[in-house]
Design a protein around this ligand. Structure first.
Ligand code: ZN
Length: 142
């Protein structure tokens, strides 16, 4: 028996548009880069003055490995070199969210399900408080 679903022409065209964009995505790096400014340990430094002139910005690249946040600092040159790769990864996540949203709607209509909220495509945040929470969540899953 054939249980295959045959989406209408409009939905199928939308799927092909997303797939075409995905196929052109290129190299991509996980995680995100945040510019950070900081104070050092020297007593008479400009970062302790009033008004303070903080050090940086430092380009802090963070990502999750097995639920743990790991970081790496990038030089200006490295950030410039890889900026497009981070943008590509964001684009892929956005396209995946679009494809999931489309697929969800098609399945809900075909099955007569009550619509549920579409995926947001949001990733867990990387600041310390949130990563502690998501680490707990990860452990709870095991
Ligand atoms: Zn300083």
């Amino acid at each position: 028996m054939d249980h295959a679903l045959r989406p209408n022409a409009k939905d199928d065209a939308e799927r092909r548009r997303i797939e075409a964009a995905l196929s052109e995505a290129g190299f991509c790096l996980p995680g995100s880069v945040n510019d950070e400014r900081s104070r050092c340990g020297k007593a008479n430094c400009r970062c302790k003055a009033d008004p303070a002139v903080l050090h940086g910005p430092y380009h802090h690249w963070t990502r999750k490995i097995d639920g743990k946040t790991v970081g790496r600092y990038l030089t200006d040159e490295q950030l410039e070199r890889y900026a497009g790769w981070f943008t590509n990864a964001q684009r892929i996540r956005q396209l995946l969210t679009e494809l999931e949203t489309l697929s969800l709607r098609i399945a809900e209509q075909a099955e007569g399900w009550e619509p549920q909220a579409p995926p947001t495509g949001r990733r867990p945040r990387t600041d310390a408080k949130r990563s502690a929470t998501s680490t707990k969540r990860q452990q709870a899953k095991r």
